[in-house]
Ligand binder design. Structure first.
Ligand SMILES: [Zn+2]
Length: 274
């Protein structure tokens, strides 16, 4: 391909060279002073290592870059829809009659949203429990078999959850079912910006046994010390499959250093139930 054609290329999204600013941030372990979209405060951002997605920690609410990405998209899309200014997640909790379901029961997003009136949150414990039961005081939900009624929520949030579900599209269908018309699922997942197909790394047998297709990859997990297995890393195929379910999906690639949103993988999806 000639250089002249390359400059018009829109997909695959080949990563640009790392900006000098980010190299410096990693070296200094400091992401600068940021305005945090979760706590709404001006804070310092600390950088642990090169994986910018999981670091750039807000000194106030301890949110990561990835968590702030979700909060940013949420504030901006709701601002546009409701014609009201939402400067941080703290403003979102003031919306009346706005039913939110978070697929996680911990972390800075949860710690803020828990102050909201119509807020539901859950964790997945294990297959021995059925959705809707409480385990150690926390609601258990299997995203592929949610216990909620149809059209229950205005918003569903998940942050790096769907890669850990053996059948992620069954879970997306369930999210579609429980969303109200016009409701949205705002989420992050590991996503290959240069691939067309999902990478299925593992599957689960009918007897709940993991069948590895690629070497096992584990992510940190708040309730499982050993971590949690990655079944899928998503590609462009995900957008097609979401469209087949009925979602209109927006793909946001963010870069907002003043808000601690940096790195080549600041990607957030907004799947709208049309
Ligand atoms: Zn913060």
């Amino acid at each position: 391909m000639t250089n002249s054609a390359r400059k018009f290329l829109k997909y695959p999204l080949y990563p640009p060279p790392q900006p000098l600013l980010e190299k410096l941030m990693i070296k200094l372990h400091f992401g600068g002073i940021i305005k945090c979209y979760i706590c709404g405060k001006i804070a310092k951002a600390y950088i642990k290592d090169w994986n910018l997605r999981e670091t750039c920690i807000c000194s106030n609410c301890k949110s990561t870059n990835r968590q702030r990405q979700v909060a940013y998209v949420l504030c901006k899309v709701l601002e546009e829809e409701k014609k009201v200014s939402f400067k941080s997640l703290e403003d979102i909790i003031t919306i009346n009659n706005f039913a939110i379901y978070n697929t996680e029961a911990g972390g800075p997003l949860h710690n803020t949203l828990v102050k909201s009136r119509k807020y539901t949150f859950s964790e997945f414990f294990n297959h021995n429990y059925s959705s809707g039961t409480k385990v150690k005081g926390v609601l258990h939900q299997d995203l592929t078999k949610l216990s909620f009624k149809e059209q229950s929520f205005d918003l569903v949030i998940s942050g790096d959850v769907f890669e850990h579900i053996p059948d992620p599209y069954k879970a997306h269908k369930e999210v579609y079912r429980v969303l109200k018309s016009g409701g949205r699922h705002i989420f992050t997942v590991p996503f290959y910006q240069t691939e067309y197909f999902d990478e299925v790394r593992a599957q689960m047998s009918k007897r709940w046994k993991n069948i590895l297709i690629k070497p096992p990859l584990f992510h940190q997990d708040p309730i499982r010390e050993e971590g949690v297995l990655v079944y899928t890393i998503f590609g462009l195929e995900m957008l097609i499959k979401l469209a087949q379910i009925g979602f209109k999906t927006h793909f946001y690639k963010l870069y907002l250093p003043l808000h601690g949103i940096i790195g080549p993988n600041a990607i957030v999806f907004e799947a709208i139930k049309s």
